[in-house]
Design a protein around this ligand. Structure first.
Ligand code: PLP
Length: 399
């Protein structure tokens, strides 16, 4: 395939993004500045090491960028230390494990089916291959049960407790769980990948003072480029984290991405971003309410963030995902807590509102889309292609 065909494919993707409504909870639309700064001549530059301590020459200008990115993320999350180099959320988590744990040490985490992430101990992931994973599950109301976690910690004496999830829609009591862990000499990693946008806006409590390390992706509610960050208030641990990231598991950082991360941190450190995250919360509450009104069940009675699960019981979620895509609505099928079905066709769909809120959709549109989705689930022949196209034209991603 020649270069011009590649450009056409990218154009096709960009048209697809403009013409579809994205309800995938892990995704968002970065600003044009974030995109532009990710594609600079820094693609050509190797920047192994840290500012003022590099393993290649010619990094002096880049040191300015990396320092700015570090400082901006510290401001954003009120943390004393930050590492902006992890290539992804998974790499960030791996660096934490490598810092705090030895081979076969016990990790206590929420299982994948209840909302945990692959890197929190899924059997095929490096986490389960290297460490001894013990899972906690949710209570009968699908909520985190602090007392239950307390009991397992006392019994199993894990070295690390992971908090923060991929499909959990309720609050986490960071403070209480921190007290429980500290009493039992257990470290806490708070993985805020999905909720970091709300934390830096002050809409969800910041776990930084109740965690040994906080990890996050930069591309979900934070609305930046794909990547990871690590934060901590513990100097000792953080020095070790730095050497776990480099040279522990990564080589050169992705320099252009670090600059782009800085741009999105700066954008998130702004009143408009708080307005944006507040609107996400309004939108997700409205959408969930509409699903309830139409008789559907979620894992809990409300959502405190951008996402929620809808249990479709015996319906084929794989097929529903495809039919919705044909109508121009993107979302993903997902496990429901205690699911007995397999990952290819689990019981639920997961819906996230960050992307459509970036497009400036509000109450009315969100209620409308929820009803379209319910209609399609109830009658696969329903066709809302035109309505979705019109909505997309009315609310472009990039003007
Ligand atoms: N942690 C959580 C809670 C996530 O939801 C994700 C991604 O979905 C990750 C970590 C991993 O992020 P990445 O895909 O950047 O490796």
């Amino acid at each position: 395939m020649n270069f011009y065909n590649f450009i056409n494919l990218i154009k096709l993707e960009s048209i697809k993004q403009e013409k579809t409504l994205n309800l995938i909870a892990s995704e968002n639309y970065s600003s044009l500045s974030t995109i532009i700064y990710s594609s600079s001549c820094y693609i050509n530059k190797y920047t192994e090491g840290y500012p003022k301590n590099r393993y290649y020459s010619g990094c002096k200008i880049f040191d300015i960028f990396e320092n700015k990115s570090i400082i901006e993320s510290q401001l954003l999350f009120s943390s004393l230390f930050s590492n902006v180099q992890p290539h992804s959320g998974a790499q960030a988590n791996f660096a934490v494990f490598q810092t705090l744990l030895n081979k076969n040490d016990k990790i206590l985490s929420l299982d994948l089916k209840s909302g945990g992430h692959l890197t929190h101990g899924f059997i095929k992931n490096f986490s389960a291959k290297i460490f001894n994973i013990i899972n906690y599950c949710l209570d009968k109301n699908n909520l985190i049960d602090n007392n239950y976690i307390n009991l397992i910690i006392k019994k199993e004496k894990p070295k690390l407790l992971i908090l923060g999830y991929s499909s959990y829609q309720e609050l986490i009591d960071w403070k209480k769980l921190n007290i429980i862990s500290k009493k039992n000499n257990c470290y806490i990693l708070s993985d805020i990948s999905h909720i970091s946008g709300f934390i830096c806006s002050g809409l969800i409590k910041n776990p930084i003072n109740y965690s040994d390390v906080v990890s996050s992706t930069t591309h979900k509610t934070l609305r930046g480029i794909k990547g990871g960050i690590l934060l901590s208030n513990n100097k000792n641990i953080f020095n070790k984290i730095n050497s776990s990231v480099f040279p522990g598991q990564q080589g050169g950082s992705i320099s252009n991405n670090i600059i782009s991360k800085y741009v999105s941190f700066k954008e998130a450190n702004n009143f408009n971003f708080i307005k944006y995250t507040k609107q996400i919360l309004i939108n997700s509450k409205i959408m969930l309410k509409t699903f309830f009104y139409r008789g559907y069940k979620s894992s809990t009675k409300e959502t405190i963030n951008h996402m929620f699960l809808i249990n479709l019981l015996n319906k084929c979620t794989l097929l529903i995902e495809k039919i919705l895509e044909k109508n121009g609505i993107l979302l993903n099928r997902n496990f429901f807590p205690n699911d007995i079905k397999f990952s290819k066709n689990p019981s639920a769909i997961r819906i996230g509102l960050s992307s459509v809120t970036t497009r400036k959709l509000k109450n009315l549109e969100v209620e409308l889309i929820s009803n379209y989705i319910c209609d399609i689930i109830e009658n696969y022949k329903k066709n809302y292609k035109n309505q979705i196209k019109i909505l997309c034209l009315k609310f472009p991603i990039y003007k």
